[in-house]
Design a protein around this ligand. Sequence first.
Ligand code: ATR
Length: 273
Amino acid sequence: MIKKYLVIGNPIEHSLSPKLHNHWLKENNINATYDKKILEEKDLQSIIYEVKEKKINGINVTVPFKKVVIPFLDELSPEAKDTQSVNTIYFQNGITIGHNTDIIGFELAIKYAKYDISGKKIFILGAGGVAPSIIYSLKKMKASKITLTNRTKEKAENLKKLFPQIELVEWGDIKDFDMIINTTSLGLKENDKVPINYDQIGSGKFFYDVIYNPKKTNFLFEAKKRGHKIENGKMMFVYQARAAFGYFTKAPNARDGLIPLINKKVLQLLEND
Ligand code: ATR
């Protein structure tokens, strides 16, 4: 039987997940389709039911459903539970499982960038969908301090409930840091600017942007100009997808799933948009 995978979100038009997964499915001779589907929150329950009925074999979840999908799932992995964030859903031993591969995606992207997080002070901009996964990952990699700021204070405070160790500062305030991470959507549009004073930040810092399209946001551009190390979110995206592919292809024994290749061809697939 032909297998069916989906990425769900709203908006979803710009998702590159289908390109990546379809490439890997083909490369591994798996008879399957991977499509994107735009949804409303009210459609979540029925789409998860299709996973139970084996009409859909796996789902990736993106903004704004990573948290609100949780009540419809039978079980969460410890990572999904601790971050209250699910980006990968599959069916195993009669139940639907929600997992979070953004965490391992971020961790492997940092390794790829050859940066050592341990003992570092991290400053996070934004409290959107991917922030809890990044905090979880930073803790795992033994960051010494995590400070976060968000325009809407309430969202930052909700994150502090999940991760009491983080320090919150007002939007616009900058704390001393070794690494700064943009998790806001500022940078997606051409004229977007993250409101920080680049000339007040010392030298030799690491600027990381979760955004990968455009390749170099204003945030990364300004940092590069001043000699800081920079990295965009492309490898995080690729590694979270690779981990999800592993779970999708080997249920009921998902942990031993296929690990598809990340090579030049794969990286080029994401360049053409
Ligand atoms: P969601 O919040 O639905 O998960 P997201 O794209 O993952 O969506 O997150 C958007 C992030 O970008 C939020 O931190 C948001 O800040 P608010 O919580 O205050 O909305 C931030 N963001 C988006 N536009 C912004 C702007 N113009 N100025 C500052 N922050 C902005």
